[in-house]
Design a protein around this ligand. Structure first.
Ligand SMILES: Nc1ncnc2c1ncn2[C@@H]1O[C@H](COP(=O)(O)OP(=O)(O)OP(=O)(O)O)[C@@H](O)[C@H]1O
Length: 226
């Protein structure tokens, strides 16, 4: 993103953000409530239009980007679709859609990836339940599993551990740590505290009032989970 600006309801929410995420970066986006963190990650993916500046994903403007299987997005909460209630497994399997085509519908590899993702977040035994009937923290784990199932190169996660209990946070941190390092995945995650992720997050971007006030090594005060 270069000079990224976003206006919402006449207010400048992102005030000219420059951010370059390199392959293999593990970046935490931090800052107080309302600083623009969610807006930033949505704008990076083209989910919110910029009012100034530009952003590219693997060299393409979001509207022209086609290779969505490379990107796994974890939104802040499960979108409440108005249609037929989906099971946990169906939501997780939707993370494979960008890998499928009319000519190559669900394969054994897809099913195995969904099984692995469910297992990783500890929801194998809830696979047939309606996702909307799960608790908030469980729904968060469903969204994480959906991104994992897609086996993307880059994960963009908006407060993945919000509302998730300590044991599940530690499990998620271990999963993310395995995706970094030699596995080479790129992670951009919004969080209020690094908590168990402190050992592998190598860069923190701190926003205040839509401005970047820090971009570099995480500072010790950022460790506390929040
Ligand atoms: N759709 C919208 N319309 C108008 N204003 C919005 C909209 N979405 C967000 N905002 C405003 O933009 C600002 C930044 O919101 P954003 O959700 O990006 O903050 P955040 O840093 O992610 O906060 P939090 O830590 O509470 O999740 C807030 O003041 C919010 O009220």
């Amino acid at each position: 993103m270069t000079g990224g600006r976003v206006r919402l309801d006449g207010r400048e929410v992102l005030a000219g953000v420059d951010l370059r995420v390199e392959p293999g970066d593990v970046l935490a986006v931090m800052g107080p409530n309302g600083a623009g963190k969610s807006t930033l990650v949505k704008a990076l993916l083209g989910l919110i239009p910029l009012s100034g500046g530009r952003t590219e994903i693997y060299g393409a403007a979001p509207a022209r980007f086609r290779d969505w299987k490379r990107v796994g997005y974890v939104p802040q909460r499960l979108p409440m679709g108005g249609g037929v209630p989906s099971t946990v497994r169906e939501v997780v399997a939707s993370g494979r859609v960008a890998r499928q085509s009319r000519w190559r519908p669900t394969s054994a590899a897809d099913r195995a990836a969904v099984d692995r993702a469910l297992e990783t977040v500890g929801l194998t035994d809830r696979a047939r339940d309606s996702a909307h009937l799960l608790s908030g923290g469980q729904q968060q784990r469903v969204l994480i599993a959906r991104a994992l199932a897609g086996e993307p190169d880059v994960f963009v996660m908006d407060e993945p551990t919000a509302g998730v209990d300590a044991a599940s946070q530690a499990a998620l941190a271990a999963t993310l740590r395995d995706l970094t390092g030699d596995a080479g995945r790129t992670i951009v995650l919004v969080t209020h505290g690094l908590g168990p992720m402190e050992s592998f997050v190598d860069r923190a971007l701190v926003l205040e009032h839509g401005h970047v006030v820090h971009d570099g090594a995480p500072q010790t005060t950022m460790g506390a989970a929040g």
